[in-house]
Design a binder for this molecule. Structure first.
Ligand code: SDX
Length: 429
């Protein structure tokens, strides 16, 4: 039901009243669906001002640097919650009781193993394959193993698929790393927490018994929480569009992983660390800022800027603090990359080009430094992002599929190609 309406005067002289809906937070939205009958489309490449759906999961206020998961601030969740609790929150809409949390963790633990046949998928890849290429493949292949949970209209099937995806992506992510290193796969351990289990599967060696450092486990868990969901970003929109056709959830999440890989999106964390390494020293920063400002130079400051945040990315603020903590613990607080990052942030935030375009560090600016300090190689950074974002993708996918009037997404276009013309036989060309 519309809260009010907007009158639009059309070029053909007609005017049309368009319903306006008021959100619980954020911008009012104008429902433009009636324009089609008047012979018009709206035009919004990159969806700069388009609400593609209604959602109750995540809210972002780009001007104020606010990020809420089901109404709870990212700062409070990163500080007082943990990742599996955040998974429960995103999936169900509420924080769990002690018992609900234990039952949820037990259900996750029931699904952490992968089918032995999936191991053979890895052998088809070269050892130097990019782990994201492997991740896209093996997550998509999961639909070949779980025929018992592919009926997307069955809430039980949706729930089972959600648990399988959230529980198995850490196992598959660690397998990507181990395969590329030539190390044996490590099975999940149910007595460990989600993040401890992941680090154990990444780094445990049969030759000696060592457990992940609790400080690094907490940092890993916080990184997962910070990356869990982010409204209708490119990869989430990809998952929603793929899911709108009725594709199975494993295929939809594989599509989301593929979209996340781009350096303008989730691939920025790997690109940012490459950039910091290329800059190498604080003295080289001015030269790179000149390149970033140069319109003729395709170079962009990786980890800076955001489509929505035009003040600061609250995740970057939490990430910076976590960075300090981890580097202190690792006795690496004079890490040259961290020094370059701190200096680059300070200089850029005082630079007219960045100020005028409201370019601030985003979630990817500091995450690479922490992941490196934990011992995770650069080519695994976006895999970590995909691992964490799986719960957000699954939550958004499930919300879409549950909508009573859910229909296939099918945008239109502004066609500027050839008008209809007669075919020209080869002899006349
Ligand atoms: C993520 O959407 C999400 O929510 C994504 C994400 C999530 O959690 O899902 O938050 C995760 O993807 C974070 C963003 C990671 N990407 C990067 O760090 C890559 C570097 N950033 C840019 O590519 C860019 O800022 C984007 C892609 C993030 C945003 O692009 P927009 O909104 O399309 O902005 P734009 O390209 O229109 O830029 C506006 C102006 C341009 O200059 P003018 O043409 O106006 O002169 O700002 C400039 C751009 O050239 N600009 C930059 C810049 N980012 C924008 N200039 C130098 N360095 C940059 N990083």
């Amino acid at each position: 039901m519309a809260d009010e309406s907007a009158k639009l005067l059309l070029p053909n002289g007609n005017s049309i009243d368009l319903p306006v809906y008021r959100p619980s937070e954020g911008f009012d939205v104008i429902d433009i669906r009636a324009l089609g009958k008047e012979g018009y489309f709206t035009y919004d490449p990159g969806f700069m001002a388009t609400a593609a759906c209604e959602s109750k999961i995540t809210y972002i206020d780009g001007g104020k640097g606010i990020l809420l998961y089901r109404g709870y601030s990212i700062e409070e969740l990163a500080d007082q919650s943990d990742f599996t609790e955040v998974c429960y929150l995103l999936l169900t809409g509420n924080l769990p009781s002690e018992q609900e949390k234990q039952e949820f963790n037990d259900k996750i633990n029931n699904h952490t193993m992968v089918h032995e046949q999936i191991h053979t998928f890895f052998n088809g890849f070269r050892r130097d394959a990019h782990p994201m290429a492997i991740m896209v493949a093996v997550v998509g292949a999961m639909s070949a193993f779980y025929h018992d949970s592919l009926d997307i209209n069955d809430p039980e099937h949706r729930s089972t698929s959600a648990f399988r995806l959230i529980a198995k992506v850490p196992t598959l992510a660690a397998m990507c790393y181990r395969y590329c290193c030539g190390h044996p796969f490590v099975h999940p351990r149910n007595e460990m927490s989600y993040s401890e289990n992941f680090l154990n599967m990444m780094f445990s060696m049969p030759s000696h018994d060592d457990k992940p450092d609790p400080v690094l486990v907490k940092a890993m868990d916080r990184i997962f929480t910070l990356h869990a969901d982010h409204e209708q970003n490119a990869s989430t929109s990809t998952v929603r569009l793929a899911g709108s056709s009725g594709a199975n959830p494993f295929a939809c999440i594989a599509a989301g992983i593929a979209s996340l890989w781009g350096p303008a999106h989730g691939g920025a964390n790997e690109a940012c660390l490459n950039m910091l390494e290329e800059i190498g020293h604080v003295d080289n920063i001015p030269e790179y800022l000149d390149k970033a400002r140069d319109k003729n130079d395709p170079f962009r400051l990786m980890g800076f800027g955001h489509r929505v945040y035009k003040n600061f990315d609250p995740r970057a603020t939490v990430m910076r603090t976590t960075c300090h903590e981890v580097l202190e613990t690792m006795n690496a607080h004079d890490d040259p990359l961290f020094q370059v990052a701190l200096a680059l942030e300070k200089i850029a935030l005082e630079d007219e080009y960045f100020i005028s375009r409201k370019l601030y560090p985003n979630v990817d600016f500091y995450s690479g430094i922490i992941l490196s300090a934990i011992g995770i190689p650069k080519n695994m950074f976006t895999v970590i992002f995909a691992l964490a974002r799986t719960v957000g993708w699954v939550s958004q996918w499930s919300e879409m599929i549950s909508e009573p009037d859910q229909r296939i997404g099918r945008p239109r276009q502004l066609y500027t190609g050839e008008k209809q013309r007669t075919f020209v036989p080869m002899e006349d060309r």
